[in-house]
Design a protein around this ligand. Structure first.
Ligand SMILES: [Mn+2]
Length: 470
């Protein structure tokens, strides 16, 4: 098992310095609150804001980082005699200051109840970022004397907030060496989880067996889920969160599972394997079509390449493969123009990966789309989450799929343009494939790319070999 990696405090100092250099005024970045579940004292596990984690590295619930006039000041809860009884003792503020590098950079760590006075001294003329939930927005809004938006997709109407968002994006788009080490750690443990999932799969079992085996690997290594795990024999339900189905001989199981490190860095891996341990000939044929499209898309990842073109490479590879199988008839360019790819692959080829599994999607498309670019209006392409030129240091996922979604294949508005060139009598032979997705995490290097998740087998013979030895 890979040992946990702790980012040195000098990295957080360097990141805060880099942000200071991009700021034109004071900013406050809140960690967020832990929301309560069924009653106030029973809380959801706390997950700090990714922007806060990027700059501070520790999930300090309720804390906030103030960057003003070149100084970094962390406001957090001071030790309380009650802590020892309920949660264990908290470190003294000057210990936190040394541990997280604030002392080293001439910054400071102060009690949270002195934040309002510090903000008042700045005339509360302070930029901030959208929060993760309503409670955090309320808290932050009270501090700043204005409303602060919650959650993703929010349009930033305040110029100070927009400028802070752009500064964070400029830093977080390209990962530093310590971020890459975290991504590798998340990838390596998540890869082991997928191998454990393959080994826990057997006819007569349940999706829950596989789900539990995969999560056990993550938890033992200290990782939480980076997103809601998908472990399903209904891969055509793109984000299924049901894990209750029985595993039957002849089913394909789709697992989209990735962990996040204690510092918050994510992995995002999808594999598909046969419950029986052997792909049927029809499953094998379609799986290979998706795999070829995925390998072609990964091959296209390099600096300067526009990510939308990588999406197009995957769409073309998929349609070429489906023509080879006889599911489509005709010439590939024309089929693509008539929406052939999105009938079976109705989502984007992937997204940015970092501290968020969809990195910085809390800022809407501001991070994913280069200035001036907007989402396509075309079905399928509209779900593309990234449209930038790739640059060294970026990390993205590459995750094409093939799904037989009844709501799409039964919709004349979608299938009509293909007419008889969608050969349903051929498609009917592939009824034992409901959903396939193959997803890897790929880092853009100076000369090309590095697949961070290559430890998870994906060729048919490799997957079958793992399952033979289970
Ligand atoms: Mn993904």
């Amino acid at each position: 098992m890979t040992a946990a990696i702790v980012t040195p405090k000098a990295t957080f100092v360097a990141r805060r310095r880099a942000l200071h250099a991009k700021l034109s005024g004071p900013v406050l970045i809140a960690a967020g609150e832990a929301p309560s579940r069924n009653y106030a004292a029973n809380r959801y596990p706390f997950r700090a804001s990714s922007h806060f984690l990027y700059l501070v590295g520790r999930p300090l619930s309720g804390a906030a980082l103030l960057l003003a006039n070149g100084r970094s000041v962390l406001f957090t809860h001071p030790p309380d005699p009650e802590d020892a009884l309920w949660h264990g003792p908290r470190p003294a503020l000057d210990a936190v200051s040394h541990e997280l590098g604030f002392a080293d950079e001439g910054g400071d760590v102060r009690p949270l109840d002195s934040l309002d006075a510090a903000l008042a001294a700045l005339g509360r003329d302070v930029g901030t970022l959208p929060t993760q939930d309503g409670a955090s927005s309320t808290w932050l809004g009270e501090r700043l004397g204005r409303s602060v938006v919650a959650r993703s997709g929010a349009r930033l109407t305040d110029a100070r907030d927009a400028s802070l968002a752009d500064a964070m994006i400029a830093l977080r788009l390209r990962h530093d060496d310590e971020a890459v080490a975290q991504l590798r750690f998340a990838a390596s443990v998540s890869a082991e989880a997928h191998l454990a999932g393959m080994r826990a799969t057997a006819p007569g079992g349940s999706e829950r067996d596989v789900h539990a085996a995969m999560l056990a690997v993550l938890r033992r290594a200290g990782l939480e889920d980076a997103y809601g795990p998908i472990v399903t024999v209904h891969g055509e339900v793109l984000h299924s969160d049901d894990h209750s189905q029985p595993l039957r001989d002849g089913d394909l199981l789709l697992a989209d599972v990735g962990g996040e490190t204690p510092e918050g860095w994510a992995a995002d891996i999808t594999r598909v394997w046969p419950v029986s341990g052997r792909f049927s000939p029809t499953q094998c044929a379609l799986y290979d079509v998706v795999l070829e499209a995925q390998l072609a898309a990964i091959d296209a990842v390099r600096p300067g390449r526009r990510y939308r073109e990588v999406h197009d490479v995957a769409k073309r590879g998929l349609v070429e493969g489906l023509v080879r199988l006889g599911i489509f008839r005709g010439e590939v360019d024309g089929l693509l123009e008539r929406g052939a790819a999105s009938l079976f692959f109705p989502h984007g080829i992937g997204h940015l990966l970092g501290l968020d599994v969809h990195d910085m999607e809390d800022l809407g498309d501001r991070a994913g789309y280069a200035p001036g670019r907007t989402r396509s209006a075309t079905f399928g392409d509209a779900f593309l989450r990234l449209d930038r030129e790739l640059e060294p240091g970026m990390a993205v996922t590459i995750e094409p799929g093939f799904y037989q979604v009844p709501g799409i294949l039964g919709d004349p508005a979608r299938t009509g343009p293909l007419g008889d060139d969608l050969r349903r009598e051929v498609l009917a032979r592939y009824a034992d494939v409901r959903g396939i997705r193959i997803e890897d995490d790929v880092r853009v290097t100076d000369s090309g790319h590095e697949v961070l998740t290559e430890a998870v087998p994906k060729r048919v013979d490799e997957v079958e070999a793992v399952m033979r030895n289970r």
